[in-house]
Ligand binder design. Structure first.
Ligand code: MRU
Length: 407
């Protein structure tokens, strides 16, 4: 079993100490932010100091754990505490709307505690606090083991399925050179990923980036990962690139606009992305720009994989049209945060190190959706910890309710 990457975005010391690695400051500064209660939890999620669907859900629940453990004397009975937990979880749900993992976790916690109190009506406040702590700790452990399973399944699927398809990819632009492998040359595995789905977005290892990690463990330097910048928030160039460099996985950064050229000119085995919510028919909400990558993959006959824990699958949402898409502030799109490099000494004297730089003409209107919907017909496989779900090319959608019953 692969070892978890040492990178850890969420640091929890039971029962009451929680800090998160501030992802607004990465990759320049590794600063830990304390989370002492639900207000901190809501704030770090909304501001995207912690982000990524599984990490959002885990931090929301752990912020509640540290909140109630700080002053349990606020409640006379377990039922009173349950009322507080119900309100607190609804409040935490208002932080970000698209990733379903948050809503799955809060609902599951409420349901679990309500049935616990039903079965044990004399439960004390401290016993209920303990149940919430166990729930949070189980989430952390489960997410890590799910990701390691997703990584192993996804890496195997790519090696078994993707080589048969990649050489079929033909150059689509004049003079683009495609060099299909001959059976005698050692395989070079090229995968393209988008946004950040790694240890920073989860309890550890990652989903789509976890597949890259698992594949790297199996094929070593024969793997090459391409990662997009992921405009406008730059999760690719700031966070995924940071993780790839950290784990010494051979990798190249491209801008979002280079993906079609990459697939046209270099045999790419698969595009692997994460998910914020997968509807019952397989339509998938993920970071803005995912949809255009799926279109490009389809055009070039490159397998397009979605990797996500089962907690990202929302069987109550029939299709992508029903998924709420978060819109982020214009400021996150028309300004960029960077670090002044020493060579630009003239800038150095004029700008504070963490200045935001304006990129767009003042006065221009903006539209800044954080996610888009990739229709199921463009998705080759959905990799979950329960198994790899596929459909034939002639099928337009997945039957995830059927998979739920089967897997
Ligand atoms: O806005 P973000 O950074 O929270 O968006 C993250 C993504 O879109 C990820 O691909 C998704 O949450 C999966 S993370 C394992």
């Amino acid at each position: 079993m692969p070892k978890p990457s040492a990178l850890q975005a969420i640091r929890f010391e039971p029962p009451g100490t929680l800090t998160v690695l501030d992802q607004l400051l990465l990759p320049y500064d590794e600063t830990l932010v304390p989370v002492t209660g639900i207000d901190d939890g809501h704030r770090v999620i909304k501001a995207m100091q912690v982000r990524g669907a599984p990490a959002i859900a885990i931090v929301a629940i752990l912020s509640l754990v540290v909140d109630i453990h700080a002053r349990p004397e606020r409640w006379a009975t377990a039922s009173e505490l349950l009322v507080y937990i119900t309100e607190a979880t609804h409040y935490l749900e208002t932080s970000r709307p698209t990733a379903v993992n948050l809503f799955e976790a809060t609902k599951r916690l409420r349901d679990t505690l309500a049935s616990t109190i039903h079965v044990h009506p004399n439960l004390s406040v401290s016993e209920l606090c303990q149940r919430v702590l166990e729930f949070g700790e189980a989430m952390l452990a489960r997410d890590l083991s799910d990701n390691q399973r997703i990584g192993a399944l996804g890496a195997t699927w790519i090696q078994e399925q993707a080589p048969h398809r990649a050489p079929e990819c033909k150059p689509e632009v004049p003079n683009a050179s495609v060099q299909p492998r001959s059976p005698s040359t050692p395989a070079t595995w090229r995968i393209l990923t988008h946004c950040n789905t790694g240890a920073l977005a989860t309890a550890g290892w990652g989903t789509a980036l976890g597949i890259a990690r698992s594949l790297f463990q199996q094929v070593g330097e024969q793997l090459h990962v391409y990662c997009t910048e992921t405009r406008p928030y730059m999760q690719g160039s700031r966070l995924t690139a940071y993780e790839l460099v950290h784990d010494k996985i051979p990798a190249t950064l491209i801008t979002d606009s280079m993906a079609a050229a990459l697939l046209a000119s270099r045999t790419t085995n698969a595009i692997v992305v994460g998910a914020d919510r997968v509807a019952a028919n397989g339509d998938t909400a993920n970071k803005i720009g995912t949809y255009q990558l799926a279109v490009v993959a389809h055009h070039h006959n490159v397998p397009f994989m979605v990797a996500a824990p089962w907690t990202s699958i929302d069987l109550t949402t029939p299709s992508g049209a029903d998924i709420p898409i978060e819109e982020r502030p214009s400021d996150e799109m028309v300004t960029a945060k960077g670090r002044v490099v020493p060579h630009t000494s003239s800038l150095h004297t004029e700008l504070p190190a963490d200045a935001r730089v304006r990129l767009a003409a003042p006065g221009i209107a903006t539209w800044n959706p954080a996610f888009d919907i990739t229709p199921a017909h463009l998705i080759s496989a959905i990799v979950t910890e329960r198994g790899v779900i596929t459909k034939s090319d002639s099928q337009a959608t997945f039957d995830l309710a059927g998979s739920h019953a089967r897997l």
